[in-house]
Design a protein around this ligand. Structure first.
Ligand SMILES: [Zn+2]
Length: 60
């Protein structure tokens, strides 16, 4: 166990670009860990709103 922050790897999220995706639910700023295909895109929603994402994706 180490609490030394310098030992933690710095995520290169900016360089990757697509790595950063937050919940697309209006007003929600949580991390979007659940992705749903919508057209050629993927929409991302947090755990709370993943049901919304499923609906938005139009899966039937
Ligand atoms: Zn959300």
């Amino acid at each position: 166990m180490s609490d030394d922050p310098s030992s933690q790897p710095v995520p290169a999220s900016r360089a990757i670009g697509i790595y950063e995706h937050y919940c697309e639910h209006p007003g929600c700023t949580k991390w979007g860990g659940w992705g749903f295909p919508r057209g050629k895109q993927t929409i991302w929603f947090c755990r709370e709103h993943r049901e919304t994402g499923r609906t938005e994706a139009g899966s039937n």
